[in-house]
Design a protein around this ligand. Structure first.
Ligand code: FES
Length: 105
């Protein structure tokens, strides 16, 4: 099976590169929560809390943005190329991505 990996930088600035199996979790937030035990996901993926907010430092995410995500991002710190991890599917296209967790602060 082809290997896929993604690099996650947590709020302390620690970077971890992890292999992932596409679609093994419902979304990127759940992957980060279960694989790295980061304290994100307060709203359980409803795009309300902003704890899974992160900047895409490398790679692209073509997943469509829906109303709740646009609304929540509008209330958070303005960061270019940022998304809510709970609205990003764990797709093969994430291979090589660098995602830096910003959170809701
Ligand atoms: S888990 Fe709450 S906005 Fe993503």
């Amino acid at each position: 099976m082809e290997n896929h990996s993604i690099t996650i930088i947590n709020q302390k600035g620690e970077s971890r590169t992890l292999n992932f199996v596409p679609y093994s979790y419902r979304n990127l937030m759940e992957f980060i929560l279960h694989e790295l035990y980061e304290d994100i996901g307060a709203c359980k993926g409803k795009a309300w809390c902003g704890t899974c907010h992160g900047a895409i430092l490398q790679g692209v995410c073509d997943d469509e943005m829906f109303g709740e995500e646009v609304k929540t991002l509008g209330k958070l710190e303005t960061v270019p190329e940022s998304r809510l991890a709970c609205q990003i599917m764990l797709e093969p296209e994430l291979d090589g991505m660098v995602f830096k967790i910003i959170g809701d602060g």
